[in-house]
Design a binder for this molecule. Structure first.
Ligand code: IPE
Ligand code: IPE
Ligand code: MG
Length: 245
């Protein structure tokens, strides 16, 4: 039978996840406090959201604060909390106008009550957004998500299966990421989406997050377009349409 030439991987990813790393180094190079890097990081995120929406990406998930980031100096942690509250106040109307649905993914119990209220309000305000879902992973860890999903199943007596666990995850409202981008040059996952990244394509760039722009995004998307996603099958299987096998 003739060998099909159909591309096995859709050229555009549905879900892009980003570990926004390198804010501290960006600031340090300029002899600025680390929080100045985080502030620039918010600007980079705003640009990135627009660029992703323009490119038809349906889901963008960003890692903004990890379960382990509490270990940082106290003033940096409070600076980050502050920045999130301020960014929400400033950005939510624009996100709503642009059809972006905002979701916060992570443990909220140990966040300040005033911040928890703002997160909920931002989610409610943008609930009807149809163009893109933006998951802001804040006080999030991949291990936290797996453990909280397992605890939910245990509490309700549901048998632990891959499907049941997947449905109990905090990220169950979106498909697994197709492409994971990490800026800042480190080539590690740092407890991000451990469950969901099983078959995600990984793109690492030395670009520091505050410098992330459309050109770097397009570089990552071009990399993605060259990948052949096999999900455990052979190359021949994924290259040949089912009808021709
Ligand atoms: C990522 O930038 C933002 C957060 C973790 C909140 P970093 O603050 O980790 O920047 P580097 O890695 O120190 O440069
Ligand atoms: C990962 O970056 C977390 C976020 C980007 C929010 P880190 O800077 O915390 O990761 P490590 O400590 O270098 O692995
Ligand atoms: Mg870092």
């Amino acid at each position: 039978m003739a060998k099909a030439t159909r591309a096995p991987t859709p050229v555009e990813p549905v879900h892009v996840a980003i570990v926004m790393d390198g804010n501290g180094r960006w600031a340090k190079r300029r002899f600025l406090p680390r929080v100045a890097g985080h502030r620039q990081g918010v600007d980079a995120l705003r640009r990135c959201i627009h660029a992703c929406a323009e490119r038809g990406i349906g889901v963008l998930s960003v890692f903004a604060f990890s379960s382990e980031n509490w270990r940082r100096p106290r003033d940096e942690v409070s600076g980050l909390m502050d920045l999130l509250a301020k960014a929400l106040a400033r950005e939510v109307p624009d996100l709503q106008r642009n059809g972006v649905r905002l979701r916060f993914v992570g443990e909220r119990a140990n966040l300040a009550e005033s911040l928890r209220v703002r997160l909920l309000q931002a989610e409610q305000t943008t609930e009807a957004g149809q163009r893109m879902t933006l998951n802001v992973c804040f006080n999030y860890g991949g291990r936290w998500d797996i453990a909280q999903a397992a605890a939910k199943l245990a509490a309700t007596g549901v048998a632990v299966t891959e499907d049941a666990l997947g449905r109990a995850m905090a990220l169950a409202h979106v498909p697994d990421p197709d492409l994971l981008i990490r800026t800042g040059g480190e080539q590690r996952i740092s407890n991000f989406m451990l469950w969901q990244c099983a078959y995600t394509e990984l793109f690492f760039t030395p670009c520091l997050w505050p410098d992330f722009d459309e050109a770097t995004l397009d570089e990552a998307l071009a990399f993605y377009a060259t990948r052949e996603r096999r999900f455990g099958k052979t190359s021949e299987q994924v290259e040949t349409p089912v009808s021709a096998r």
